[in-house]
Write a protein that binds this ligand. Structure first.
Ligand SMILES: Cc1ncc(COP(=O)(O)O)c(C=O)c1O
Length: 359
């Protein structure tokens, strides 16, 4: 039986995508082979990869002077690849830190260049984002990095920072394709696939042409944006099955009406869940209302000792993976694009029932 899967990542994939994968697993496009077994240089697979890129470009509105790369090593590899490609030794890179993932990105960048932390929301326990007007970026910085949605803390920027011309780099791992964005505001967008795109390990990079081709000496070729752009992400054997699934997810998203339509659904899901939590007088969301994530909803019970029973009973009711991240505890519901409204309705009904029995 399928459950409603609230995992933060790897996360739920759209059911029609999984059904299609199942149906064509043994015989892809009449080849008598699965898609995993065909050459990445063959006509059929190259066409698949080109369609995936074209669909993504359409969904995100990627301008023609940006390259789309499908790379490996997850978003974590990009924490390293970004300073290696965009900053020379001695350059300064600005970072805005609003949680765990931003911190990891900063630690990695420090190995390669001078890092200026423009803002760090530690004082609030990473439950806030900085005031847009308070951000002072370094003139001439190689780039400025931030995390639009911090997956663990459930903190999402309600605005795109204005860097005053410094290329803006954004880790969109947990909010890519969840609402329309203006790609032109960014120099580089990256996202691990395992929330809104497909299987883990694959990482999407969308990068403006002018930032490509400046990798420092010693950058591994598979991490060098110039090399990978030239080779259409196929310098070596790409993760073919992951690209296939990503392509199906993009087709699904188009069929759902595109990013704007899914964004409206995401807003309704988040409003239902936060509205219930706030009105309950029992559950509590620690994040400031101005920057609550539409994708990851952390919440607390009045007594942490009840968390285990909550998760066990929820799982028994078909609501899986509601534990908070091990570093922060509490509970968390991740409600990415593939989570239907019915899943959030079922969660809210269960939470009301749990409160009546334990409140
Ligand atoms: C915002 C964010 N950045 C980076 C990562 C790391 O991604 P990966 O495990 O694919 O390297 C994650 C993982 O969940 C994430 O949520």
């Amino acid at each position: 039986m399928r459950v409603f899967n609230f995992a933060a990542g790897p996360s739920a994939l759209p059911l029609p995508v999984l059904e299609r994968v199942r149906d064509e697993l043994l015989d892809w496009q009449g080849s008598g082979m699965s898609v995993m077994e065909v050459s990445h240089r063959g006509k059929a697979f190259v066409a698949l990869a080109e369609r995936a890129e074209a669909d993504l470009r359409g969904l995100m509105g990627v301008p023609s002077d940006y390259r789309v790369l499908f790379l490996q090593g997850g978003a974590t590899a990009q924490f390293t690849a970004i300073p290696m490609n965009l900053a020379a030794t001695g350059d300064t890179a600005d970072y805005v830190c609003t949680g765990v993932w931003g911190k990891k990105a900063i630690a990695e960048a420090r190995r390669f260049c001078a890092v200026n932390v423009v803002a760090d929301e530690a004082a609030s326990g990473y439950t806030t984002v900085p005031d847009a007007a308070s951000l002072r970026f370094t003139p001439g910085a190689a780039y400025a990095h931030y995390t639009p949605n911090e997956t663990i803390g459930g903190v999402e920027f309600p605005y795109v920072p204005d860097t005053g011309g410094v290329p803006l780099v954004a880790d969109f791992s947990s909010s890519i394709l969840s609402q329309p964005i203006d790609v032109r505001r960014f120099g580089l967008i990256y996202a691990g696939a395992q929330k809104n795109i497909g299987p883990s390990g694959l990482v999407l990079v969308v990068v403006r042409d002018e930032l490509i081709g400046k990798a420092r000496a010693g950058t591994p070729p598979v991490w060098d944006y110039g090399v990978m752009a030239r080779e259409a992400s196929m310098l070596n054997t790409p993760p073919t099955f992951s690209i296939y699934i990503a392509g199906l997810v993009f087709q699904w998203l188009k069929g759902e009406g595109g990013v704007a339509a899914v964004a409206a659904r995401n807003a309704a899901k988040a409003a239902l869940l936060y509205g219930f939590i706030d009105a309950s007088g029992w559950y509590r969301c620690p994040v400031h209302p101005a920057c609550r994530s539409r994708m990851n909803v952390p919440f607390m019970l009045p007594d942490p000792a009840l968390e285990k029973a909550f998760c066990e009973q929820a799982a028994a009711a078909g609501l899986a993976n509601l534990e908070g991240h091990r570093s922060v505890g509490g509970l968390r519901a991740s409600i990415y694009n593939a989570m239907p409204l019915e899943g959030v309705q079922a969660l809210v009904a269960f939470m009301g029932d749990f409160q009546r029995r334990h409140g």
